[in-house]
Design a protein around this ligand. Structure first.
Ligand code: GDP
Ligand code: IMO
Ligand code: MG
Length: 421
């Protein structure tokens, strides 16, 4: 068996949570491989909305298994709140959730470091989610981090104090006010809570599952344009959000990767700072934000909105080895006379089809205009009923990327999902 990977091809919030939940019926295991509480994955069914941060989006199917891989950074406080919410819905997830002992812990002082560092950058800030992601991954690669498996060791508290004190020395350089005690109390209580979950050697478990013939879907977080290596550095997150991250974040060999399902929103959004060539700073952008309810699932921040960017998509399709596409939020584009799609960039008078190295370069998108459609498509269930111009818009994307769009999503609900092929 192979591991299929589902990931966002833009700047995050493409609708991964909804689609993973909708596709879970075809899999036995859903596994997260990177990121942490910076992610906000929204699922909707039975008129109920759920937002997951750390827990894989297969969790609402009680007969399926879920794995938090070694590539994640976990904040026990956020994790406890997520579990408490699910418990409130009568769910007991301890039986079907496994946590890799090698995943890393986010400490309260990681969150403080994130906030202090962002505050010190002023206008040049990354616009991080302030969840401590950057500092936690910095400690991981700096070989200072604490891992979930460390909780089981007698030396855990001593290790915690040691790392905390190192952080406090760093924070003191920022002149950033804080009160650690309540944060630490809450964190230590949440560590006790975390103990009641199943800690595993995730890399062995997932390979055993593969051997046993389990169908596994790896769920990406963020989007490929936020990848630490290939995104618009430094305005990126701190993990490999691209397909390769599924190998290192779970412990599966590259040859074990099967289908790579790339999710794209029918237009573009970005939250936080950084280049966004097709951004619309006018009423069209505002219209997309309003009709698409484009406000962060984790932070509530308004998302920046713009047209679809094929330069970015060609790049991420190449990096990820995408084998099929899912287009979400097609319903949000209803009512536009004309839809614009960027197919190249003009930089200093020169046309390029590649993402430039220099993220500060003044980029002017080269657009192709396509006709829009008027119909409200949110109630449509089969592909035959979709407006011709939407089919044309989808064909344009398919032809440009050379990959089929197999699913089109026309609403937030799990069932508003149209099979195209
Ligand atoms: P994720 O981070 O990729 O899981 O995406 P988010 O949950 O952060 O953001 C996607 C938002 O769009 C959520 O509010 C979803 O409920 C919503 N959504 C997903 N698919 C569709 C769709 O096809 N149409 C509409 N209108 N909303 C959608
Ligand atoms: P999901 O999984 C959208 C963005 C932040 C910021 C940058 C760095 O819901 O798609 P970080 O807190 O990771 O250090 O922030 O990355 N970012 C996201 N944007 N969706 C996300 O996750 C994101 N996770 C991080 O806004 O620009
Ligand atoms: Mg999100």
């Amino acid at each position: 068996m192979k591991v299929d990977v589902l990931l966002g091809l833009q700047w995050g919030d493409e609708g991964k949570g909804k689609l993973v939940d909708a596709l879970t019926r075809d899999y036995d295991v859903i596994a997260r491989f990177q990121g942490g509480p910076n992610a906000g994955h929204t699922l909707e069914f039975n008129n109920q909305k759920h937002v997951l941060h750390t827990i894989p989006s297969g969790i609402f199917h009680p007969d399926k298994l879920n794995l938090i891989g070694n590539g994640l950074v976990i904040d026990p406080v956020v994790f406890k709140k997520e579990v408490d919410r699910l418990t409130g819905f009568g769910m007991d997830i301890r039986k079907n959730l496994f946590i890799s002992k090698k995943s890393h812990l986010i400490l309260p002082t990681h969150r403080l470091l994130d906030a202090a560092s962002e505050a010190s950058k002023g206008a040049g800030k990354i616009g991080s989610t302030l969840k401590g992601i950057g500092p936690a991954y910095t400690d991981k690669t700096g070989r200072e981090g604490l891992r979930v498996g460390d909780i089981l060791e007698k030396s855990f508290l001593a290790k915690y104090h040691c790392l905390r004190d190192l952080h406090l020395r760093k924070i003191s350089q920022f002149n950033y006010p804080f009160d650690l005690q309540p944060l630490e109390d809450e964190w230590l209580a949440s560590i006790e809570f975390l103990r009641s979950f199943q800690f595993v050697n995730g890399e062995y478990l997932i390979n055993e599952w593969l051997k046993a013939g389990h169908r596994i879907l790896a769920e990406g977080a963020q989007g490929s344009m936020l990848d630490i290596d290939f995104g618009s550095y430094p305005f990126v997150t701190s993990s490999n959000t691209t397909c390769a991250g599924a190998c290192t974040g779970l412990g599966v060999a590259p040859g074990r990767i099967g289908n790579v399902i790339g999710i794209i929103k029918a237009y573009s959004t970005r939250v936080g700072s950084g280049p966004f060539p097709t951004e619309l700073l006018d009423e069209t952008g505002e219209r997309l934000r309003t009709s698409g309810h484009e406000y962060g699932s984790t932070t509530g921040r308004p998302r920046r909105c713009g047209w679809l960017d094929m330069v970015a998509l060609r790049y991420t399709v190449m990096l990820d080895g995408v084998t099929s596409l899912i287009m979400t939020k097609a319903d949000v584009l209803s009512g536009f006379d004309t839809l614009r799609v960027a197919t190249a960039y003009k930089i200093n008078g020169k046309t390029t089809r590649e993402i430039p190295f220099d993220t500060e370069a003044p980029v002017e998108p080269v657009y192709t205009d396509l006709p829009g459609w008027k119909e409200d498509i949110s109630g449509i269930c089969e592909k035959e009923s979709l407006p011709e111009n939407l089919k044309g818009y989808i064909r344009f994307v398919e032809n440009h990327l050379g990959i089929p769009v197999t699913i089109v999503s026309v609403g937030p609900d799990r069932n508003a999902t149209i099979q195209m092929a």
